[in-house]
Write a protein that binds this ligand. Sequence first.
Ligand code: ADP
Ligand code: ADP
Length: 215
Amino acid sequence: MITVTKLTVAYDDLVAVADVSLRVPPGFVLAVSGPSGAGKSSLLWALAGAVRASSGQVEVDGLTISDRPTAAAHGVVLIPQGNGLARVLTARENLSLPLLAQRTDPEAVDRQVEQALADVGLQDSGDHLVEELSGGEQQRVAVARGLAQQGRIILADESTSELDGTNRERVLDLLRREAGRGAAVIMATHDLNVAAGADGHATMDEGHLTWQRRL
Ligand code: ADP
Ligand code: ADP
């Protein structure tokens, strides 16, 4: 369960997230839509401890998230916009690194990495350098890296923006599957068709969150 209480994120005098409260229990997918610059990424960064809240708080299962290591330790996984992959490493290496950093048992790392690559249909591309892959394939690698971490809270930032219809549905199915095994999923998207497939839908505009469909 992720609980956000009166969260505000400001960059100097620009308020990117304004007094946002929400709660996503295990098993649910929440979509947050809104125009570019609305504050969606800033919200997800704050939930992942990657930017500091100016005020308010973020809790996972009752424990306060204040920075990236705390968030990771509580099972918060961010699939960042623009994929965040290391371009000169292979797909498989990109998936393995966060797991090794979390001291996952090496056999489990291999199992989780191969499963996640297969989930996104890239089981034969593990040895390719990220920079050799197309934009859509890179986005699927980024999703696979998120899946491999088996997070309790999964934050997907525009994770279908470069995908064709088939792969978009595949990624949405995978995020729903993650909810099905007990994760809480929040996806930021500007695609209202994507938002329609979530359990709940909120819009953001100039940092303010409005519920369109409650969880
Ligand atoms: P409160 O306990 O005062 O309602 P919450 O933190 O639960 O405060 O929520 C703040 C506002 O956001 C309330 O209007 C609440 O109904 C709404 N809200 C929070 N989480 C969700 C959710 N997952 N789905 C729908 N509405 C929510
Ligand atoms: P969205 O994801 O909805 O496009 P963002 O969270 O990326 O929204 O941006 C919200 C606002 O914060 C925008 O006005 C953007 O220009 C600004 N912003 C985002 N990141 C930074 C930053 N690191 N420093 C200053 N302003 C930023």
